[in-house]
Ligand binder design. Structure first.
Ligand code: EPZ
Length: 423
C-alpha cells in the first residue's frame, strides 16, 4: 500500500507539462482493433487505466511495443478472439470500448461489465440503443455485455440519444466506422476526446464528420489503414493544475494544452479572483494574494464546466470568502470526498447528492484522509497542499489511474509531497 504524505502551505510555482488525455487515449487504444495495419500512438499517458487497455490488447492477441513511455506501436491483425477476459479490465469503465471496436471489426464481442470510479449509476442503455440501432443483438447480463451481428451484419442508420453520453457516442462511432451506409448520431457528446477519437479514425481512412457538434455523421468505409497519431493534451489534468495555482495562491504555467478546451475552467478561475494569461499552447494561472471569491458552479456536458473538475473546484470554494454552491448534474454520487474534506475543516453540506453548499474557511488543516475516486483523490491532494500541517492520503491507486507522475509533477512545482509505502 502506498500513500502520499504532504506538508501543506507552500504556493506552487513554475511550469507543468500536461500529458496526453486519458479519456481520449482509452478509446483510441481500443480503436486500433479496427485496422490490420500498424498504428503508432504518441502522447499516450502512462497511467494505470491505459496500462490495463494495453494488457487487454495483448491478451486479445495484438502486438504492442513501447517505443518509449508514451509512444506505442500496435498491430492488432493477430487478434484471434472476440471475448475480453483479462481480469484487470473489470476495474475500468473504458472496457466497454472493446465492445464497440470488436463489434465494428468482427461483428461480435463479449466484454465484462465495466467497473471504474464509484460516482453514481452509470447506465449502459445508450450504448445498447446504439448497437441495436446498427443491427446487433445486445445482451447485458449480470457480468458481461454480449453483442452480436454475425448473422445479420451491421448497417448504417440514424439514431437519437436520449442522454448526452461520452462513452456511448464514442462506442457507436467505433461500431459504425466499418459499417456500410451512413450512421447519424443526434444528441452526440461534444467533449474534446470525442473529437480526438474521430480525428484519429479519419487519419487512418475513416469518414466521420460533425464530431464536436451534437450531430455526428459516419460514412462507413470498407477498411482502415495504419498511421501515426498523437493524443490531445488532457483537459482535466490541465484543469487540476490550474486549480492548484488558485488553491495554493501560486503561479503556474500549464503547458502543452489546447486553451479553448479549458475555457469553462479559466472563466470560473477568473470569477474567483485568479489572473489567467493564455497563449497558443499554455495557460498561466496566478492565484490571488488574498482569499478566493465565492461563486456558483453547475457541471454540464462540454462546453460546460466538466464534472471531472467538480471536486477540485469545490476544494477551491471551500477556501473562498462567502457561501458558494456547486451543482453536480452529470453523476448522482460524485460528492464521496465530502466527509474526507470535512476532516480538514471544510464547511460543506451536500443536499440530495446533487448540490453542495460551501461556506468558505480561511485554512484547511492537515489530516489523514482516503481518496474515494480518481478526481476526488486529486482534489484532496490539492486541499492537503494548501493546508496547515501534514496530511496523509491513501487510496492513491485511484489517482494513479488517471494522473501521470502526479506527485513528481507537483514536486517540480515546489510541493512537499512524497509517496511512501505503508507496511
Ligand atoms: C466519461 O464517462 C469519462 N470516462 C468520465 O471520466 C467523465 O466523467 C464522463 O465521461 C462525463 O464527461 C471515460 O471517458 C473513460 P457518460 P462515461 O456516458 O462515458 C449516464 C474520469 O474521472 N448514462 O458521458 O461513462 C451516466 O450514468 C471519468 O476521468 C446513461 O444513463 O460518461 C451519467 O449520468 C469519471 N446511460 C451520464 O449519462 C448510458 O448508456 C454521463 O455519462 C450512458 C450514460
Amino acid at each position: 500500500m502506498e500513500l502520499y504524505r504532504i506538508k501543506g502551505g507552500k504556493p506552487l510555482c513554475g511550469t507543468v507539462n500536461i500529458s496526453g488525455a486519458k479519456n481520449a487515449a482509452l478509446p483510441i487504444l481500443a480503436a486500433t482493433i479496427l485496422t490490420d495495419e500498424t498504428i503508432t500512438l504518441e502522447n499516450v499517458p502512462k497511467v494505470n487505466d491505459t496500462n490495463i487497455m494495453v494488457e487487454t490488447l495483448l491478451n486479445l492477441g495484438a502486438s504492442v511495443e513501447y517505443i518509449d513511455d508514451n509512444t506505442l506501436k500496435i498491430n492488432t491483425s493477430t487478434v484471434k478472439k472476440y471475448s475480453v477476459d483479462n481480469p484487470s479490465i473489470k476495474k475500468i469503465r473504458a472496457s466497454y470500448y472493446f465492445a464497440g471496436a470488436l463489434l465494428g471489426r468482427y461483428k461480435q464481442a463479449r466484454v465484462p461489465l465495466p467497473g471504474g470510479c464509484n460516482i453514481g449509476g452509470r447506465g449502459l442503455d445508450m450504448h445498447e440503443k446504439g448497437f441495436e440501432a446498427l443491427g446487433a443483438t445486445v445482451d447485458i447480463t449480470e457480468s458481461e455485455i454480449v453483442v452480436d451481428a454475425t448473422k445479420t451484419g451491421l448497417y448504417g442508420t440514424k439514431m437519437y440519444m436520449d442522454k448526452v453520453s461520452v462513452g456511448a457516442t464514442i462506442n457507436i462511432m467505433l461500431a459504425a466506422v466499418l459499417t456500410p451506409g451512413k450512421t447519424v448520431i443526434e444528441g452526440a457528446a461534444k467533449e474534446p476526446h470525442v473529437v480526438d477519437v474521430a480525428n484519429f479514425i479519419n487519419g487512418i481512412g475513416g469518414h466521420i464528420t460533425g464530431a464536436g457538434t451534437d450531430k455526428i455523421r459516419i460514412n462507413g468505409v470498407p477498411a482502415l489503414h495504419g498511421g501515426t497519431y498523437a493524443v490531445i493534451p488532457d483537459q482535466i489534468e490541465a484543469g487540476t493544475f490550474m486549480m492548484a495555482a488558485a488553491i495554493t495562491h501560486g503561479d503556474i504555467v500549464v503547458d502543452n494544452v489546447i486553451p479553448t478546451h479549458l475555457d469553462s475552467i479559466s472563466s470560473k478561475l477568473k470569477e474567483i479572483g485568479c489572473k489567467i494569461i493564455e497563449s497558443d499552447e499554455n495557460v498561466r494561472v496566478i492565484g490571488p494574494e488574498g482569499r478566493l471569491k465565492r461563486t456558483q458552479v453547475k457541471t454540464l456536458p462540454y462546453p460546460g464546466f466538466p464534472t471531472d473538475m467538480q471536486p477540485q473546484i469545490s476544494v477551491a470554494l471551500g477556501l473562498a470568502d462567502g457561501c458558494s454552491t456547486v451543482v453536480e448534474s452529470i453523476f448522482d454520487n460524485r460528492f464521496m470526498y465530502v466527509n474526507e474534506l470535512k476532516k480538514m475543516g471544510c464547511n460543506i453540506v451536500v443536499d440530495e447528492c446533487t448540490t453542495a453548499y460551501i461556506e468558505g474557511v480561511e485554512y484547511y488543516q492537515g489530516a489523514n484522509i482516503t481518496s474515494p475516486d480518481l478526481r476526488a483523490g486529486a482534489a484532496l491532494v490539492l486541499a492537503a497542499l494548501s493546508a496547515n500541517g501534514q496530511s496523509e492520503i491513501d487510496g492513491i491507486e485511484y489517482i494513479e489511474r488517471g494522473y501521470e507522475n502526479f506527485d513528481k509533477k507537483l514536486r517540480l512545482l515546489g510541493a512537499d509531497i512524497e509517496k511512501i509505502s505503508r507496511e
